[in-house]
Design a binder for this molecule. Structure first.
Ligand code: 9WN
Length: 506
């Protein structure tokens, strides 16, 4: 692999003024002025050997690794609103929780202080309960629905008054992101390492509060599985995983009227959730408001209440990562966090269907298992705990014709739903398309656990998929066509890490 970091030293060296990207209004935060100037300097830089049109994505063709690296860095810069990175330039003009964590990893490759600020901006929205909300709203933006007025989180005394946020959460990938930031900076050492070392003691207690919130409020009975109140919390909004649970969400006539914005930005309706799905999403928001976003009340009243095996597997490994951070900052909670990791690893293992080997979500309203052929079934590969034989079986399934080995796939990456499943819809959001961020996350987690034989090919196929330079939110898995938002921030972050992280297998 070429030495891309040396080649792209200009990204941090800021020495090549040019005219790439477009200016953004910075969020009004004290630290932003300085970072915005830096972001503009980097965004406006020009790579010595690459045409600005390529970096901007204004031309078509296959991008090589150098061009793609430059383009990914520019996309992150272009999507920066000062302290936060918009999840996507138009479709998602605010900061999303798991997007921000992944974006921070991408930023750590080019600008460690900006990566830390990304996490700080997100955590400024943390609730008094410890919950990290799924959206932190940019007060200067109105182009997304539901915005802060619809969420009305002021009904809860636990919500911050500023910044305004949504009232639910997303998968807890944050401690894993900080661990990765440390790995990236650790390889570089020097000022980057020193910046992270100085930042860690402040971020650690906030991550601890977040994890304790999840333990206390999302698994009050100690089952080792996290519960969610909305498909949005899983991050896989309209996945077939949730079809059974959503079928029981009965939308009342009192649902206030609303106008979707997503279908204006992205008029091809086949790529987005349906109107019926949106009605259910908005109905649950009304139920949550009615319960004043109080977890105890929500558990009794909300009509969507399920376990989430994928989020639970993430939580298991995130607790391992946070335990290491605890030791690093000299905090006393490492044993508590390791016990937590074990509890959730066991919970995920107990949710495995012996027939299929897949982890299965449960509808907590009915107690019914909700089997589905989606990427979430591979949850045990993220966290382990099922034993070597069961894991081998799951690994075989991953590369089988039902998944990355499907003969009709354009690239051997994971689609979100198996192409062999009747639920597979190749263009529709989480019902079939392959999401680069998920393939990166699997490759990263597999590599983290030493499963190099799976991680290496998945990484190579993901880079090939990204070779169109579109940095799309998701891709049609059979044709390779880019779908959803282009220039999606977490796709750019995934591309950067896949291309330039120093520890991937060759
Ligand atoms: C609702 C930002 C987010 C991701 C989610 C993805 C999508 C939002 C939407 O975009 O969800 O939260 O409006 O569709 O499903 O995983 O975090 O990229």
């Amino acid at each position: 692999m070429p030495n891309l970091q040396a080649e792209f030293a200009w990204l941090t060296g800021r020495t090549h003024p040019g005219s790439i990207g477009r200016p953004r209004t910075p969020v009004q935060r004290p630290a932003c002025a300085r970072l915005t100037r830096e972001a503009v300097a980097i965004r406006d830089a020009t790579a010595p050997s690459i045409s600005p049109d390529r970096v901007r994505g204004a031309t078509r063709g296959v991008w090589d690794a150098h061009e793609l690296t430059a383009r990914a860095a520019y996309v992150l810069r272009g999507n920066s609103a000062g302290g936060m990175t918009r999840a996507a330039p138009d479709l998602y003009p605010h900061q999303w929780s798991w997007d921000a964590a992944f974006v921070a990893v991408g930023l750590a490759h080019v600008d460690v202080p900006r990566a830390c600020l990304e996490m700080d901006t997100l955590l400024a929205g943390q609730w008094r309960t410890g919950m990290v909300p799924h959206i932190v709203f940019d007060p200067t933006e109105t182009g997304y629905f539901p915005g802060p007025d619809r969420w009305e989180c002021e009904v809860s005394a636990d919500a911050p008054t500023a910044p305004r946020t949504s009232g639910i959460c997303q998968p807890p990938v944050h401690a894993l992101a900080v661990e990765r930031m440390l790995e990236v900076a650790g390889h570089r050492g020097g000022a980057d390492q020193a910046t992270l070392d100085a930042w860690l003691p402040a971020v650690y207690p906030r991550l601890l509060a977040w994890h304790r919130y999840l333990v206390r409020h999302r698994d009050p009975e100690g089952t080792g599985l996290l519960a969610i109140y909305h498909g949005w919390e899983s991050g896989m909004d309209n996945s077939p995983r949730w079809d059974d649970a959503y079928a029981r969400v009965l939308v009342g006539p009192e649902l206030p009227p609303y106008t979707r914005r997503d279908t204006t930005v992205l008029p091809d309706l086949s790529q987005r959730p349906t109107q019926q799905e949106y009605d259910r999403y908005l109905w649950i928001v009304e139920e949550l408001k009615l319960a004043s976003y109080d977890d105890t009340l929500i558990r009794k009243s909300v009509s969507f209440h399920t376990t989430d095996v994928f989020m639970s597997a993430i939580f298991a490994v995130a607790n391992d990562a946070l335990a290491l951070l605890a030791e690093r900052v000299g905090a006393g909670e490492a044993a508590e966090l390791r016990a937590c990791a074990e509890r959730f690893r066991r919970g995920v293992a107990a949710s495995v269907d012996v027939e299929t080997g897949f982890a299965v979500d449960t509808d907590l309203r009915t107690g019914a298992a909700m089997p589905s052929e989606t990427i979430a079934g591979f949850a045990p590969l993220l966290c382990g705990g099922i034993g070597a034989d069961a894991e081998d079986r799951l690994a075989d399934l991953l590369v089988s014709e039902a998944w990355t080995g499907h003969p009709k796939l354009r690239h051997a990456v994971l689609p979100t739903t198996s192409p062999a499943s009747p639920a597979f819809r190749p263009r529709t959001y989480w019902r079939g398309p392959s999401w680069p961020v998920m393939n990166w996350f699997f490759a990263w987690m597999l590599q983290r656990r030493g499963a190099t034989a799976l991680a290496g090919p998945l990484r190579a196929a993901s880079i090939a998929q990204l070779g169109d330079g579109a940095l799309a939110e998701y891709y049609e898995p059979l044709t390779g066509a880019p779908l959803g938002s282009l220039d999606q921030s977490w796709t750019a972050a995934a591309a950067l890490d896949l291309l330039i992280a120093p520890d991937w297998p060759d």
